[in-house]
Design a protein around this ligand. Structure first.
Ligand SMILES: Cc1cc2nc3c(=O)[nH]c(=O)nc-3n(C[C@H](O)[C@H](O)[C@H](O)COP(=O)(O)OP(=O)(O)OC[C@H]3O[C@@H](n4cnc5c(N)ncnc54)[C@H](O)[C@@H]3O)c2cc1C
Ligand code: FES
Length: 505
C-alpha cells in the first residue's frame, strides 16, 4: 500500500538486501514497487508480507513478533507471517504475500503472490449443518466470518435487530460523531460481501422467542429459523433513566448507527449538550461534540471520572484533558429532571442541554436466554468453550459471562467480543478451544489514544511509570501483587508485551 506521501521508507527489496539485515527477533521493513513490505526470517525460511494492518492500516513493523505471528500495535489483531492470514480480530482480511528468493546471502522480493486458496473443511457425522447467529454486532459478525473463512459449507444465518449491516461500533463515538469519518467507512463489510460469503444476513429482524427443544427461533414477525447450533450474540443495551423529561425527543443514548445519526442531526442545530455519566463512550462522544463546537457539560455522581476503573491520577488526567478543551464537569451530582432545554441537578442547578446524551452503562440483552431457561446471572453464563447451560447453544460478546480467575467475567470490549465470536466458530468446527484471550480495549479522546489490556476490575495497587502529562506512560494494575491489567499512552509496543505477559500468567 502506498502512503501517497512520497517514497516509502526502507530498502527496495526488489533489488535485494543481505539476509543478515533481517533482525533475528524482528522484521525488516522495506518496499516493493508501491507496496510497503515486511521481511521476516522464520525457521522454515524467509517470508514477505504486507507491512500495514488490514484493520486501520497500522505499521506492523512496530508490532510484536512472536511464534510466527505479528501482533498489530494499535488494536492487537494478529497475522500469520507465513500465510498472511488474519488469525485474530479486529482484522479479517489477510496481508498480501510476496515470493522471496535467496541468492548468495541476499533476499530478493519481486513477485506478489495470489491470495490463499479457499479453505475446505470436511464435516463428519454429528457436525452442525445449520448455524443461526442472533445478533449483528462484533461477536456475531466475527463468528460468521470465521466460519466461512475456515471453509464451513453449511448454512449461516445472522439475524440482527439493527437496521444497518454490522458497523464499526467503536467509531460511532469517535470519528463518525466528530464528522471526520463518512458513513461509508462504517460497515464492517458491505451487504454484497455477505451474499458472496453465503451469509444470510437479515436486518430489522428481532428474534422474539427461542425454543431449545425444537431447535428453532421465531422472529417478532413470526418467521421461524431452525438450527443445529445457535449463537446468542445479542450484546447489551444502554441503561435508561426514567427521570421526568427523559422521554423528550432531544434525549439520546448511543449504541447503534441510527442512534449516532440522530445525534449528529440534532447536534447540527444545537449549541449545548449535557452528558449524563462519564464513562468511556460518554467521554469520547463529549470530545467529538466539542470538535463540532458545542458547549459540553458532563454530569456524573463520582468525584473523579473513571477513577474507579483507572485510578484517581489517570481519572484526573482525563478530566483535565477535557477541561483543557472547554468541557464543564458537574461532579458529585445527579440529574433529577429535564426541564425543556435545561437539565436540573440534585443541588437545584441547571445545565444547558439542547441535547442530553445518557451514558449510564449498559445492560446485557439476556431476555431470550432467560425465557429459554438458560443459566443467566448478569449475562448468559457460559463454560470455557463459550457454551451455555443448554448444549448446542453458545453465547459470546457483551452478553456472555465466561469463566475467568475462578469466577465469571463479562467484558464489554469490541475486540474481546469479536475474539469470542471467533472462538465459538472454531468450536463449532470441532476445535474444543477454551477462551483465554486477554481483554483489550482502546479509547480515543481528542488526540489521546489510551490502550488497556487485562481485567481492570478489582485491582488493589497501581504503579505508573512515565508521565501522563507528557503522554508517555505505562500504568500497571495489581491484585494481591499479581499483574492483572495495564494501560499505556504512547507505548503501543509495551502494551502488546504486557498483554503477552498477562496471557502467559
Ligand atoms: C459508541 C460505542 C463506542 C465503543 N467504543 C469502543 C472502543 O473504543 N473500544 C472497545 O473495545 N469497545 C468499544 N465499545 C464496546 C463494543 O462496541 C462492544 O463491546 C461490542 O460491540 C460488543 O459486541 P457484541 O457483538 O457483544 O454486541 P453488539 O455489537 O452490541 O451487537 C449486538 C447485536 O445483537 C442484536 N440483537 C440484540 N437482541 C436481538 C434480538 N432479540 N434479535 C436479533 N438481534 C438482536 C443487536 O441488534 C446487535 O446487532 C463501544 C461501544 C459503543 C456503543
Ligand atoms: S490497525 Fe491493526 S488492529 Fe487496528
Amino acid at each position: 500500500m502506498s502512503d501517497g506521501n512520497g517514497p516509502l521508507p526502507g530498502p527496495d527489496l526488489a533489488r535485494g538486501v543481505p539476509l543478515a539485515s533481517i533482525p533475528d527477533d524482528g522484521v525488516l521493513a522495506g518496499r516493493v514497487g508501491d507496496d510497503a513490505v515486511l521481511l521476516v526470517r522464520l525457521d522454515d525460511g524467509v517470508h514477505a508480507v504486507g507491512a500495514h494492518c488490514t484493520h486501520y492500516g497500522a505499521p506492523l513493523a512496530e508490532g510484536r513478533i512472536a511464534d510466527g505471528s505479528v501482533h498489530c500495535p494499535w488494536h492487537h489483531a494478529c497475522f500469520d507471517l507465513r500465510t498472511g492470514a488474519a488469525d485474530c480480530a479486529p482484522a479479517f482480511a489477510p496481508l498480501g504475500r510476496w515470493r522471496t528468493e535467496v541468492v548468495d546471502g541476499s533476499v530478493f522480493v519481486r513477485e506478489r503472490l495470489p491470495g490463499p486458496p479457499a479453505a475446505t473443511v470436511h464435516h463428519g457425522a454429528g457436525k452442525p449443518r445449520r448455524v443461526v447467529i442472533v445478533g449483528g454486532g462484533a461477536a456475531g459478525h466475527a463468528a460468521a466470518r470465521r466460519l466461512r473463512d475456515r471453509g464451513f459449507d453449511g448454512s449461516v444465518t445472522m439475524l440482527s435487530a439493527d437496521a444497518d449491516v454490522p458497523v464499526d461500533r467503536p467509531n460511532l463515538s469517535k470519528d463518525f460523531l466528530a464528522g471526520t469519518a463518512p458513513p461509508e467507512w462504517l460497515p464492517l463489510q458491505d451487504a454484497a460481501a455477505y451474499v458472496d460469503q453465503g451469509i444470510d444476513l437479515r436486518l430489522d429482524c428481532e428474534v422474539a422467542a427461542l425454543d431449545p427443544q425444537a431447535r428453532r427461533v421465531t422472529t417478532a414477525t413470526g418467521e421461524r429459523f431452525d438450527y443445529d447450533v445457535l449463537l446468542l450474540a445479542t450484546g447489551a443495551e444502554p441503561r435508561r433513566l426514567g427521570l421526568p423529561g427523559f422521554d423528550l425527543a432531544h434525549v439520546f443514548s448511543l449504541r447503534t448507527l441510527a442512534d449516532a445519526q440522530r445525534i449528529v442531526a440534532a447536534a447540527a442545530g444545537a449549541r449545548s449538550v449535557a452528558f449524563v455519566g462519564a464513562g468511556f463512550i460518554g467521554l469520547e462522544a463529549a470530545a467529538a461534540l466539542r470538535s463540532r463546537g458545542l458547549a459540553v457539560s458532563i454530569v456524573a455522581p463520582e468525584a473523579v471520572p473513571m477513577a474507579r476503573i483507572l485510578g484517581e491520577q489517570l481519572g484526573e488526567f482525563l478530566a483535565g484533558l477535557h477541561r483543557d478543551h472547554g468541557v464543564a464537569f458537574h461532579l458529585g451530582r445527579k440529574p433529577v429532571r429535564l426541564d425543556g432545554h435545561a437539565l436540573v441537578l440534585d443541588d437545584g442547578s441547571r445545565v444547558a442541554a439542547d441535547l442530553v446524551i445518557v451514558g449510564a452503562g449498559v445492560v446485557p440483552r439476556t431476555q431470550l436466554a432467560e425465557a429459554a431457561g438458560m443459566a443467566v446471572d448478569n449475562g448468559i453464563l457460559v463454560d470455557a468453550t463459550l457454551q451455555t447451560s443448554i448444549p448446542g447453544l453458545y453465547a459470546a460478546g457483551d452478553v456472555a459471562r465466561y469463566p475467568h480467575g475462578g469466577a465469571h467475567a463479562r467484558v464489554e470490549h469490541w475486540v474481546h467480543a469479536q475474539r469470542q465470536g471467533q472462538c465459538v466458530a472454531d468450536n463449532l468446527l470441532g476445535d474444543a478451544r477454551e477462551f483465554t484471550d486477554v481483554p483489550f480495549f482502546w479509547t480515543h479522546q481528542y488526540d489521546l489514544e489510551l490502550r488497556v489490556t487485562g481485567h481492570l476490575a478489582g485491582w488493589d495497587e497501581l504503579r505508573i511509570e512515565g508521565s501522563p502529562e507528557a503522554r508517555d506512560f505505562t500504568a500497571r494494575y495489581y491484585r494481591w501483587g499479581t499483574l492483572v491489567a495495564a494501560a499505556t499512552v504512547g507505548r503501543d509496543r509495551a502494551n502488546l508485551e504486557l498483554e503477552a505477559e498477562l496471557a502467559a500468567a
